[in-house]
Write a protein that binds this ligand. Structure first.
Ligand SMILES: [Ca+2]
Length: 109
């Protein structure tokens, strides 16, 4: 049953002139469409990841302060020890993202 409905959905989507047949041209078009959609999703995910990393970096000092205020006496020290590794890793992620954006923008623009 699910197999059937999947096929129907595919047929409806790929069959652009709705004549009930999927020609090679329609298949190529469909393939391109899916490819573009995936590309879009991928760049969305990467953008989200870069923003998440960046906000983590910006909120890091507040986490140290918050841990201190909460009376977690060891947490600020541990966070402080982690900071160098953390900042370098996040900077690498963010740099990779913007580098890629710049490269792709240059290539297509
Ligand atoms: Ca058709």
């Amino acid at each position: 049953m699910p197999k059937q409905s999947y096929k129907n959905a595919f047929q409806q989507f790929a069959d652009m002139d709705k004549d009930g047949e999927i020609t090679e041209q329609e298949l190529v078009h469909y393939e391109k469409l899916i490819e573009l959609e995936n590309e879009d999703e991928k760049s969305d995910a990467q953008r989200k990841m870069a923003w998440f990393s960046l906000s983590g970096m910006l909120l890091y000092p507040f986490a140290v302060v918050a841990a201190n205020l909460l009376g977690l006496d060891k947490a600020p020290g541990i966070l402080g020890d982690m900071a160098p590794t953390y900042f370098v890793s996040v900077a690498a992620i963010v740099a990779a993202f913007y580098g890629k954006e710049a490269y792709v923008g240059k290539k297509s623009g």
